[in-house]
Design a binder for this molecule. Structure first.
Ligand SMILES: [Zn+2]
Ligand SMILES: [Zn+2]
Length: 424
């Protein structure tokens, strides 16, 4: 019998887990600077939530959800994204009764039945934010700058911000009609996929990469020329706030999000060095979503970022995250008595937050030193019967080779002097 992890999933192993921990730590830190608080929602929800909250005619809902019936006969779906759950939770827990806006973030696994390929898995991880119950354009700019800061914090610096407004329930439908008419007039130049989208979801045509479609799209009516006054004002103000932060952006009228509950601001952050697949992540306003899943008129804005995708971007740019595995001290032991004494010393050191290790395979001194080397020990000390009898041992700095004779009973004090705990 031999088991493999299910297709499209993978084990995240050490030392890679250190990178994940770093990303998570940095995320907590940066989000807390902006006063976003972490929310943890269930990994699975009732299927209906995603059907309403993502949209029936999306690829996610039509093809990619892990949906099953539980033993009670309920239709359950492993969450394919985070926003619907966050809004569901906000409504269910009546958070709208508290002081607003509510600023949440989340980090965790999501599930989509997709064809696995580089950077795309069936279990993948997202971190995301949602700012709920305010339509203030300053919040749009805050969310965008937060996303940029996050990426910059990981060392991505060749970023390009694409910005658009997708209008609202008043100005978008007339625009969509206009677009439909235009696309119908140019049907013969569109790919089959786009032809079938004209009625179902014409906005999706705007991001078709087909050459012939592109030539049609180039002259298609633009949403930015068809916004109502209130959407124009909102869009202008978002730009004003971005200007205040000195954030450069590019107005991209082709940047649309197909579903009705998306409103106003849409954005994508691209990394120029990444070639064709250069969108690192995107987000936008969804003022109609709470109405869709909870009959409540509540604005919201957010973004989600795939952690696997982020790691690929870092790899593509050869950016090393500042992570280091290792121990402060490796105790090499000779003999059973020394092992037991060392075991006690380890405990005292660990209790004072020193990272320490010893041998558990009864190996010789040479093998133990190799282990110490492999696990990046900063210091080693050899303890045998002689050292115990004399209360004296030599502590060695593995990098410099410097050695120091110390009293064994003073090991903890010596370590406090040697290792800068701030670095741990
Ligand atoms: Zn509008
Ligand atoms: Zn097309």
């Amino acid at each position: 019998m031999k088991f493999n992890a299910p297709r499209g999933t993978n084990d995240i192993l050490p030392p890679d887990t250190l990178k994940w921990q770093y990303i998570e730590k940095k995320t907590h830190q940066i989000f807390s600077n902006y006063n976003y608080q972490e929310i943890r929602t269930p990994i699975f929800e009732y299927t209906g939530l995603f059907q309403r909250g993502i949209g029936e005619v999306t690829d996610i809902v039509e093809k990619e959800m892990y949906t099953f019936e539980d033993k009670g006969g309920r239709s359950i779906t492993l969450r394919p994204e985070g926003t619907a759950s966050v809004i569901r939770s906000f409504l269910e827990n009546k958070i709208y009764g508290q002081a607003q806006p509510t600023k949440y973030y989340y980090i965790g696994p999501m599930f989509r039945y997709e064809r696995p390929q580089s950077g795309r898995f069936r279990q993948f991880h997202q971190l995301g934010v949602e700012a709920i119950a305010s339509n203030d354009p300053a919040l749009d700019a805050e969310i965008i700058s937060l996303g940029m800061r996050l990426l910059q914090g990981f060392g991505l610096d060749d970023l390009e911000l694409h910005l658009n407004s997708v209008g609202c329930a008043d100005c978008r439908p007339p625009y969509v009609d206009k677009l439909k008419n235009y696309l119908n007039e140019h049907q013969d130049q569109l790919c089959d996929n786009c032809k079938s989208r004209i009625d179902r979801n014409p906005l999706r045509v705007l991001d078709c990469k087909n050459k012939s479609c592109q030539s049609v799209i180039k002259d298609a009516p633009k949403i930015t020329d068809n916004l109502c006054d209130s959407c124009t004002d909102h869009f202008d103000e978002v730009q004003e706030y971005l200007d205040i932060l000195n954030l450069d952006y590019l107005i991209n009228p082709l940047l649309v999000r197909g579903l009705d509950y998306y409103t106003n601001t849409a954005f994508e952050i691209k990394d120029n060095a990444l070639g064709a697949q250069n969108t690192v992540f995107g987000g936008g306003r969804y003022n109609g979503l709470a109405e869709e899943i909870g009959n409540r008129d509540l604005p919201g804005i957010g973004f989600a970022l795939g952690i696997e995708r982020l790691l690929l971007s870092l790899e593509a740019k050869d950016i090393q995250l500042p992570v280091e595995s290792g121990v402060d001290l490796y105790i090499t032991v000779i003999g059973d008595k020394a092992k037991k004494e060392s075991f006690k010393l380890l405990d005292q050191l660990r209790n004072q937050d020193f990272r320490t290790e010893m041998d558990y395979l009864d190996r010789g001194v040479g093998s133990q030193m190799k282990s110490a080397d492999r696990m990046n020990a900063e210091y080693t000390i050899i303890i045998g019967e002689d050292e115990l009898n004399n209360n004296s041992a030599t502590i060695r700095n593995m990098k410099s080779g410097d050695e120091k004779e110390i009293q064994l009973s003073n090991l903890l004090e010596e370590m406090k002097k040697l290792v800068d705990k701030e670095d741990i």
